[in-house]
Design a protein around this ligand. Structure first.
Ligand SMILES: Cc1ncc(COP(=O)(O)O)c(C=O)c1O
Length: 349
């Protein structure tokens, strides 16, 4: 792999205590191109702007997908990626759905590990600190013919991150008008357009005082799907319920990890459809104890209030919520403080 290093690192100018998520990037990126039916070996180069044709198909037809994962630094100074094999599988699953050629595993992991080795000083120690890794691929072929491209660009860029919402709880709105994804659509893929489609309804929810939307099914808005960039968990009585993944729900890696950890704690986990009516009944009877979202960016984010049909419903303040217990178990694994699930950790040497 060709490697061109930057002349000067930007790292001394970065205030790691006051990071705004997604604004500052490390010194290098990995780039790999697809043409004539194959991917080249890729190269590492300084992070900088690049030239692209105004007719590149991605601008016109949105053929683009991405992933999001984190690299952590343990107290013993090792760098750890959390379940990157799962991100890799989902990357290619998303690509296939968008008619983008799959990336070979070797190119993905060689590029990723070399990039992290080169930019390792950007991974800071301490709870909540991580390097957010963003692999993405887009149709770079210059042509506005409305069909899939024959040339693509795959890149990996990284940005330092602190935990997204800190220890806050958020207020969410159950959506009844707009939909994020439909049956047979692309909701299970991390397709760029899925996120663009959320911005307008989310902006309306924000004007109404909510931070995110709980998406419901696109047929009749009765069953709960997911929220923003999180899967959702509901503690009703002593059960933990989460919607089954489907073609309209992203198969979250945090979600599947939390299901495993909750079962280890002997929590009764149910993966089944949960309806808005069931939620309202549980709220009414007092059996709804917790709602939380799970995702790479937030890890676990508790919800304090949900809004439905212009009414707000508050969740109780528990002394020992499952969300906190599960978050601790998961972050202890991610920062290598616990020796559980060694196979979820990929160490970068
Ligand atoms: C729509 C959506 N749902 C759920 C998730 C959570 O997935 P993960 O836990 O793999 O980050 C994400 C974030 O990647 C997302 O974008």
């Amino acid at each position: 792999m060709k490697i061109v290093l930057s002349n000067k690192s930007k790292i001394e100018n970065v205030d790691f205590e006051n990071l705004q998520f997604g604004k500052i990037f490390t010194d290098h990126l990995f780039v790999c191109k697809y043409s004539n039916n194959s991917w080249n070996d890729g190269e590492i180069m300084p992070y900088e702007d690049f030239l692209i044709s105004p007719s590149a198909r991605v601008f016109h037809y949105g053929q683009a997908i991405f992933e999001g994962m984190k690299c952590y630094r343990s107290d013993k100074d090792s760098l750890i990626l959390f379940r990157p094999d799962e991100n890799f599988k989902r990357f290619n699953k998303s690509s296939s759905r968008m008619a983008i050629p799959e990336i070979p595993e070797k190119i993905f992991f060689d590029g990723l590990t070399e990039l992290l080795r080169i930019d390792k000083d950007w991974v800071k120690k301490g709870d909540g600190n991580a390097l957010y890794v963003r692999p993405f691929v887009f149709a770079s072929e210059p042509s506005i013919n409305a069909s899939e491209a024959i040339e693509y660009t795959f890149m990996i860029i990284c940005c330092p991150a602190k935990s997204y919402y800190g220890n806050q709880k958020i207020k969410v709105k159950i959506e009844e008008k707009y939909s994020r994804a439909a049956k047979g659509g692309v909701g299970y893929a991390k397709a760029a357009g899925n996120y663009a489609a959320q911005f307008y309804p989310t902006a309306i929810a924000k004007e109404e005082g909510y931070q995110q939307i709980i998406w419901t099914d696109s047929n009749n808005h009765k069953s709960i799907e997911e929220a923003g960039t999180m899967n959702l968990f509901f503690r009703i009585g002593e059960k933990l319920i989460t919607s089954p993944t489907s073609d309209s729900i992203l198969d979250g890696i945090t979600r599947k990890s939390i299901i495993k950890l909750a079962k280890d704690l002997n929590i009764d986990v149910e993966e089944r459809i949960i309806t808005v009516d069931e939620l309202l009944e549980a709220q009414d009877s007092g059996s709804l104890k917790e709602i939380f979202g799970t995702g790479t960016a937030v890890v676990i984010l508790p919800i304090k209030t949900f809004g439905y049909q212009n009414n707000d419903f508050n969740l109780p303040d528990l002394d020992n919520p499952w969300s906190l217990e599960l978050k601790k178990k998961l972050t202890d694994i991610q920062y290598d403080k616990s020796s559980e699930y060694e196979d979820w950790k990929v160490k970068i040497n």
